[in-house]
Design a protein around this ligand. Structure first.
Ligand SMILES: [Zn+2]
Length: 465
């Protein structure tokens, strides 16, 4: 080993019961040398079932992230992440429900049954007027020492705030209700369009080419679908897409252009992009002008902004790209949107956006008041962590930005990609920083390491090094 560490950062294989939730967790890292254990752990997991894999290829490596299933129904808060190279499995992390007897499958989980229809009725009754149901799906959840059948219901509160409710599939009592997501073969066509290539702050209106378009009643490609909540979508025929910026069709074209570019950037600089199709809706909350933008499960929704606190949200490349980074990060890590994992998620979205736009400033176009914008400068310190989602994300993102200044973007992105490969939904600030520091040290020569230590010291990051 070329780097110096006093103690292994992750102690190979470990199990812990997370008390009330009864989930079993373990992580085997490449930083310990317990290869024999890894095979054994892998064997122990054999009796359990997992979802079909979301595999991401990173050079010669493959990374898969799945969740546990029982009768093909997902078990909430579980995961298994495996990274393989041609030498075999070298990273394994999991959190599962280790059952002895299979739980009973309620009849209401079968579509076309009377009890399924009755469940739907109960779910509708739980939804107050003004809230909009998006989807519902059966799941299992560790609850009070056993596995409870539940319904996972995604809905828009008051039509605009994305939330997720989990209700018991038998008693229909609400077990949790939380905000979700992050606020803020046809022939393919190329069409001329008018957009602001770098956003309206940094560029004027120009003619560009939109590629890979599919003909149809709205803008779409194999990676993107753009709709407006106003119902006025942009049909794709053989006509150029030249609209006035005041036209409500303009933002849809601008969003497509921004995300088409972002998608190529992700592929070139990270080595992977979001899974499948990203669905984008502009004019969220129409006819009102809503101050909100969020990502959840391959969907981005963008309000227009009230013109006071926010304006022209879809024209702001930093907001649109930020939301799409969530889709990219989600695919590889499954990081949550709340808590410490949520702050890490936000930090990644801001940092990767900042790299792409080559500016530490977020929200330049959409947020008129400078004091309301986020900036990845100056460097925040570890002691600034206070539990605030965006405050804490800035501690991480400003550190990465500062490191980009000293080590260069390519190095930092390379370390970050390798770290994300080993990041799971269960990571917190401590474990994430340990993984990042470790991975980065492996990538650097001695001169670069000295610079890295300097930044770590400036930011007061805890290191056992
Ligand atoms: Zn976000």
């Amino acid at each position: 080993m070329k780097f110096l560490i006093a103690a292994p950062l992750l102690l190979g294989f470990l199990t812990a019961c997370t008390g009330q939730e009864n989930l079993t967790r373990g992580e085997w890292s490449p930083y310990s040398s317990a290869t024999a254990d890894l095979e054994k752990v892998s064997q122990n997991l054999k009796p359990y079932q997992f979802s079909t894999s979301q595999r991401v290829y990173l050079g010669t490596e493959t990374s898969t992230l799945k969740n546990q299933t029982i009768y093909n129904i997902p078990v909430l808060n579980t995961w298994i992440k495996e990274n393989k190279s041609n030498q075999g499995l070298h990273f394994l992390s999991y959190q599962i429900y280790a059952y002895e007897d299979l739980p009973e499958l309620p009849s209401s989980f079968f579509k076309n049954t009377e009890s399924y229809a009755m469940s739907l009725e109960s779910i509708r009754k739980l939804t107050p007027q003004g809230d909009k149901l998006l989807d519902h799906a059966p799941a299992f959840m560790a609850y009070k020492g056993s596995l409870a059948p539940v319904w996972v219901i995604n809905y828009l509160k008051d039509g605009i705030h994305l939330r997720q409710k989990i209700v018991h599939a038998k008693g229909f009592h609400v077990l949790s209700d939380e905000p979700m997501g992050s606020s803020f073969q046809k022939s393919l066509m190329r069409l001329q369009a008018t957009v602001y290539p770098e956003g309206p702050k940094r560029s004027g209106l120009e003619q560009v080419q939109l590629s890979n378009l599919q003909s149809g009643p709205f803008i779409s490609s194999r990676k993107l679908r753009i709709h407006s909540a106003s119902g006025k979508d942009v049909p794709i025929q053989n006509e150029p897409l030249n609209f006035d910026p005041e036209d409500e069709k303009f933002p849809q074209v601008q969003v497509y252009y921004t995300l088409q570019k972002a998608n190529s950037w992700f592929e070139q600089n990270l080595g992977w992009t979001w899974a499948g199709i990203l669905e984008v809706q502009t004019q969220m909350g129409y006819p009102e002008n809503i101050n909100s933008a969020f990502y959840y499960r391959n969907r981005i929704r963008l309000g227009q902004g009230d013109g006071v606190r926010f304006k022209n949200i879809p024209l702001d490349p930093s907001i649109v790209i930020h939301e799409s980074v969530h889709a990219v990060v989600d695919r590889l890590t499954g990081l949550p949107f709340q808590g410490e994992g949520g702050s890490i998620n936000e930090a990644l979205a801001d940092f990767i956006t900042a790299c792409q736009l080559n500016t530490p400033l977020m929200g330049e176009v959409a947020i008129p008041h400078e004091e309301n914008r986020r900036s990845l400068t100056p460097l925040r310190k570890w002691s600034d962590l206070n539990g605030g989602l965006y405050n804490d994300s800035l501690v991480i993102s400003s550190f990465l930005w500062s490191l980009r200044e000293t080590l260069g973007e390519e190095k930092v992105l390379q370390s970050l990609v390798r770290t994300l490969r080993d990041t799971t939904p269960g990571d917190n600030f401590k474990s994430f920083s340990e993984k990042f520091i470790h991975t980065t040290l492996m990538e650097l020569n001695s001169e670069e390491r000295a610079l890295f230590f300097k930044t770590l010291k400036q930011a007061h990051w805890p290191t056992d090094l």
